[in-house]
Design a protein around this ligand. Sequence first.
Ligand code: ADP
Length: 250
Amino acid sequence: MGTPNPDIELIDKKGLRSDGRKPDQIRPLKIEAGVLHRADGSAYLEWGNNKVLCGVYGPREYNPRRFQQSDKAVVRCKYNMAAFSTSDRKRPGPDRRSQEIGKVIADAFENVILTERYPRGVIDINMEILQADAGTRCAALTAAAVALADAGIPMKGMVSACAAGKVNGVVCVDLDGPEDNFGEADLPIGINHTTGEIVLLQMDGHLSDKEYEEALDMAVAGNKEVLKSQREALMKRFNASLDAQENGGA
Ligand code: ADP
């Protein structure tokens, strides 16, 4: 969130946003499952100008053994932004922001994956941000959920994430780069669609109680749209593997 910039019209006179969206419209979203053959599960996602690749490995035995948990698997999440993913070259490697995002996404999945089925195991979720334009933690979590389903890892329900926020005083869903830079608030929300639980909630900026309620409702509605794209990607993936099996392939 930054200081409002009077030179940039984020909401026009018709109430439309700078990319032509209505306040309650998410950016175009496209997901493909099963894109990496060496990973146990994978997904590629394009959401507005965000591009994210996710590979899941496991469950497998956690080594060295001192890190094992005797009653469940550990979920490890690595969120990484490529050096070329932002307009200024991003310094490669881990930083505080990527560690924080990896941690909140791991916490979200710890509550969703049936980790007790894999004692002493580890599940690795690697999320690579190839192009970033705000909302990358939501995009990464959404791609990771599809990659986990592609890996056949049992979960309590399908999970997605979508943010809402405030731009020029208007509550809007799924902020893009300029809106995130010059808007007043951003509220990323992750949801388990089966249980209705919120698995991720963060907030940057300021919202009144009323705006917060409105933003939460918008983020929940946005998440339902995201779930549709996740379902489509998984249906396509599983239909393709069934076709391949029928034709004698893998
Ligand atoms: P999110 O991507 O989940 O919205 P932030 O609010 O921290 O997370 O970041 C918003 C956007 O700011 C990112 O999507 C990215 O476009 C940009 N950004 C974040 N970190 C950097 C960085 N180190 N260098 C350049 N741009 C960055």
